[in-house]
Design a protein around this ligand. Structure first.
Ligand SMILES: [Zn+2]
Length: 383
């Protein structure tokens, strides 16, 4: 069974390499936007949808017209076109959003390139060789064995100005035979404010909240200063834009720090859970729907990254031969009494506890929901 694994390393390009990377980001953005515009016109005027091979042919013409496109890694441009073709496919086939133009002001740049005849290589655990860019200093903090085949690399520059490379490998994995113990089951009820709650691990919520509120005051202060600096000052425009840039980097660095802390936390937590349980049951929650439903809480929904956590958990469980079971979002996990099965249609979203009118059990809303998830998960597992 072929499996993929990606490693992300920080890279330290020289100033010359930074210039070339900047050019590559720019050319990739230009090509992506150029063909997005062309595709939109073609579709509006002639109802024709362009495919990757159409783009690839037209790219040659564009390169003759814009000579500077020849200076950069040609595979990176092809990858942009594949990415655009995929975006259109997702739009038409899976009703995902219409492809968006790439904006320069986002300060979030990246491009991907593929390994062809070892043109991408990790050297002496200290460098990575990249097409056109050459040997870039790289902090390789993982041991990569020889049976891992390097497939592609994505080079990125984040808002704080740091550079990273994410290297994708393919390897052969023997199917795992693991005997699942059905009693080692965990039901996780998603919570907007606390990540999640369960009938036997609640302690994690406090850890998460601590992490969430830490630095929040400082971030607010920095962002306030930033928005003040954004106001144009015609007399000293250059000076003020420098100060703005400095402040923008301060904000970006703190955001990055917080994000990394949270990712570390999700990693640790998902590892702990995957080691301890054989079956984990969660609700199928659409993060975007949740955010729309309650505008007030949208920040928390995106911030707590339940989606990221869920993916990590799935990956770690599957690697051990265990199961993540996703329960339909219409399953009334909160409304059912886990003792007698009575369905409480009157349960309001604000009810934290309720008494079952049928069997008189007093329920904590969330713990009851996680027990129901466990039962439903087990039913799905055995069906
Ligand atoms: Zn009951």
């Amino acid at each position: 069974m072929k499996k993929n694994k990606a490693f992300k390393f920080r890279i330290y390009p020289t100033s010359e390499q930074k210039v070339l990377l900047g050019k590559t980001f720019g050319c990739c953005r230009l090509v992506f936007n150029y063909f997005l515009n062309l595709s939109t016109k073609k579709y509006d005027e002639e109802k024709i949808t362009l495919k990757y091979k159409d783009y690839a042919l037209m790219l040659n013409d564009l390169k003759r017209e814009k000579e500077f496109l020849k200076e950069i890694d040609s595979i990176s441009l092809q990858q942009e076109l594949r990415h655009l073709a995929d975006s259109f496919n997702n739009f038409f086939k899976y009703k995902k959003g219409y492809p968006k133009y790439k904006r320069k002001a986002m300060h979030n740049d990246s491009y991907s390139t593929m390994n062809v005849n070892d043109n991408i290589e990790i050297l002496d655990k200290k460098y990575i060789k990249l097409p056109k860019i050459g040997k870039v200093q790289c902090k390789v903090h993982r041991d990569i064995t020889n049976d891992y085949q390097l497939k592609s690399a994505t080079i990125s520059r984040v808002p704080s100005g740091k550079y990273y490379v994410s290297v994708l490998y393919e390897y052969e994995k023997e199917p795992i035979s693991y005997k699942i113990d059905e009693s080692k089951i965990l039901g996780l009820d998603y919570q907007m404010k606390n990540l999640f709650i369960s009938d036997n691990i609640i302690k994690t919520n406090d850890d998460f909240l601590k992490l969430y509120t830490k630095n929040e005051k400082r971030l607010q202060f920095l962002q306030k200063t930033l928005s003040r600096r954004q106001r144009p000052n015609h007399k000293k425009e250059i000076e003020s834009s420098k100060r703005y840039e400095k402040q923008r980097i301060k904000v970006a660095k703190l955001l990055e720090y917080q994000k990394n802390k949270r990712i570390d936390y999700y990693n640790k937590l998902s590892k702990e859970i995957a080691n301890q349980y054989d079956i984990v049951v969660i609700e199928d929650i659409n993060m975007q729907d949740m955010a729309k439903e309650s505008k007030l809480n949208s920040k928390a929904t995106y911030d707590n990254g339940f989606g990221i956590f869920r993916n990590m958990l799935k990956y770690k469980l599957e690697n051990l031969g265990k199961k993540l079971i996703i329960v339909d979002k219409y399953f009334p996990s909160s409304k059912l009494c886990n003792v007698c099965g009575y369905k409480n249609e009157l349960l309001a979203i604000t009810d934290k506890t309720w008494e079952c009118p049928n069997c008189n059990t007093v329920h904590n809303r969330d713990i009851n929901a996680s027990i129901n998830l466990k039962k439903e998960g087990l039913r799905i597992y055995n069906s």
